[in-house]
Design a protein around this ligand. Structure first.
Ligand SMILES: NC(=O)c1ccc[n+]([C@@H]2O[C@H](COP(=O)([O-])OP(=O)(O)OC[C@H]3O[C@@H](n4cnc5c(N)ncnc54)[C@H](OP(=O)(O)O)[C@@H]3O)[C@@H](O)[C@H]2O)c1
Length: 239
């Protein structure tokens, strides 16, 4: 099962995003042999010897199947694409935001992983899902996002059960707040994307199954072990 980045062949979704860009830089620094950078709009992604942009909407069965047929050497799939409407359940006008978050944060990584599973099994590879510590406790300010990432965490556990016997490692990264457009509305302290990318890949290379990224994530995880109801109440009345 893939544990080291050096020599790996990576496929990353949502490659134009801020965390993806930092991960790509860190993957290159750690000696990844090749990176397939998948995005809806690939015009800003420069082709090089070790980086191959692939046009792919994670919500499209056709796009995902076509991408998998072009990337038979992949040893590490990073499901990074995500969406956060930063809206509370009761403030959303209807179910459209919640539906979109479930589609992109839960069903899409399931779609992509299913498409790449035969390749990862053949190559004894790994899947790394970009979740959030809020997959483990709901922040009502962005309640439907948290619910979709909780589904992503359960999916990660289920896929691990399915794929571990086939020689494929399935890993979750659970970061706290990182400074990207997704968190622009938050005024709390945030990690840089470079710090987050380094911690994610450190945890991956250490062989962890759940990688808690940053002080916020580690603090919340500790709190969830000691007194989960206290953490739930704190997130329900922040400030
Ligand atoms: N920022 C944080 O604090 C934080 C914390 C924990 C976890 N995360 C997770 O980290 C991941 C990356 O987030 P980020 O902060 O880097 O946000 P970002 O800069 O907004 O990146 C999100 C990426 O996902 C892509 N995407 C959305 N829908 C897509 C679709 N249908 N098909 C293909 N790509 C799609 C976006 O592409 P377009 O540009 O085409 O929309 C964008 O490239 C997400 O899964 C997020 O939930 C973020």
């Amino acid at each position: 099962m893939t544990e080291t980045i050096k020599g790996s062949v990576v496929f990353i979704t949502g490659a134009t995003g801020a965390i993806a860009q930092a991960l790509i830089a860190e993957l290159k620094a750690r000696g990844a042999a090749k990176i397939y950078a998948a995005a809806r709009d690939i015009s800003a992604l420069a082709v090089s010897d070790d980086l191959l942009p692939i046009k792919m909407d994670v919500a499209s069965d056709e796009d995902v199947a076509r991408a998998a047929s072009r990337a038979s050497g992949v040893t590490l799939l990073i499901n990074n694409a995500g969406v956060n409407h930063n809206t509370a359940f009761m403030l959303a006008p209807d179910l459209a935001f919640a539906r979109d978050e479930m589609e992109i944060n839960y069903l899409a990584p399931l779609r992509v992983t299913r498409a790449f599973a035969p390749i990862l099994i053949k190559n004894r590879g790994a899947v790394l899902n970009l979740l959030t510590i809020l997959a483990r406790v709901n922040l009502p300010f962005m309640g439907s996002y948290c619910a979709s990432k909780a589904a992503g965490l359960s999916m990660t556990q289920g896929l691990r059960g399915d794929l571990a016997p086939e020689g494929v490692r399935v890993v979750a990264a659970l970061p706290g707040a990182i400074d990207t457009r997704m968190t622009a509305v938050l005024t709390i302290p945030k990690m840089t994307t470079a710090e987050a990318a380094a911690e994610i890949l450190d945890g991956f290379e250490r062989g962890e199954e759940e990688i808690y990224v940053g002080e916020m994530a580690r603090g919340l995880a500790q709190g969830l072990t000691e007194d989960p109801k206290a953490v739930e109440r704190r997130l329900a009345s922040p400030g």
